[in-house]
Write a protein that binds this ligand. Sequence first.
Ligand code: NAD
Ligand code: WQD
Length: 338
Amino acid sequence: MNILLTGGAGYIATHTCVELMKAGHDVVVVDNYVNSQPEALRRVEEIAGRSVKSYEADCCDASAMNRIFDENRIDAVIHFAGLKAVGESVHIPLRYYRNNLDSTLTLCETMAAHGCKRLVFSSSATVYGVPDEVPLREDMFCKGCTNPYGWTKYMIEKILSGVVEADPEWSVVLLRYFNPIGAHESGRIGENPNGIPNNLMPYITKVAAGQLKQLSVFGNDYDTHDGTGVRDYIHVVDLARGHVSACDYAAQHTGCEIINLGTGVGYSVLDIVNTFERVNHVPVPYVIAPRRPGDVDACYADPGKAERLLGWKAEKNLEDMCRDSWRWQSGNPNGYQA
Ligand code: NAD
Ligand code: WQD
């Protein structure tokens, strides 16, 4: 298939690009580089040994999106484009609603006008809100999100399921990612956050590299095995392969499916720190700090539906995730900047 990746220069999309090409697909990328650099796509080409057709454009720009569909026969779209910083979304909610919703509406209108009705969407476990129980299953009621970013994902899920209801020829797969970490084993592509990272693994790698003094562990009085927060960390290459399976599924089925992409295993903050130190032989100094507002004790997936429907399950373990995160950080101390 010829697959369009919106936000294709980002962290998860670049890894997905590599896996799609490995599986024999062709890819076209559109990105406005609001949170990425063209160098990331150059590295994807280097890993894949093939060129990637890319457009610098905003997915909210209908004429640019139309041009992409006019110039390419697109069989399916993976919609990664979006702003994703939870804390920032609380301070500038309108920017998040405008960008994430508008880009989705414009994309779907353009797809419909060109008869392209297969879509895989980057949703998030954040739509589950504060869970009553774990593991989280796709059929559990979502009681509400805790921040505007989460609400954009929730609303987009509703919009896309409405599109399928109105036109059953569409095939939409809503992928709810848990906590993606790690990097490609080549060490050439990886997560490249702007400024001080908000998420755990990029913070740990920058502490290990000496760029930040110490990690603050947000709370050690949670109801978990060691008191620190438990999450379902998934290797980004496993996640990327989940997208290849989702595209294959969308090509063979119509309708709308929500699918968790997680491992089903929860690790605590201290599990991550200890494993990282052990496999990489680098210290990660930390202090215990107060809980971060909005955080929950434990959040992990029931990944059974992904295995049943997509024939996919995560294969890499926590050691792989820690090793590959460090290889990326230590080989690229300034990310994609020289
Ligand atoms: P990322 O920021 O690295 O990638 C997103 C890409 O979209 C960036 O390259 C950015 O420049 C681009 N973009 C944003 N708005 C755009 C627009 N209007 N037009 C064109 N390009 C635009 O983030 P990521 O971690 O790779 O996440 C990819 C998707 O997965 C996002 O939708 C994110 O919300 C979702 N997601 C991420 C996580 C995570 O923890 N990383 C978890 C769940 C869901
Ligand atoms: C993980 C654990 C923290 C940083 C977020 C989004 C979610 C999804 C994935 C997009 C928690 C602890 C963290 C630090 C710490 N993204 N921590 N010190 O919050 O589970 O999920 O990313 O959809 O929507 O909310 O991920 O990596 O921020 O935190 O102790 O400096 O690490 O308290 O227990 P989170 P995270």
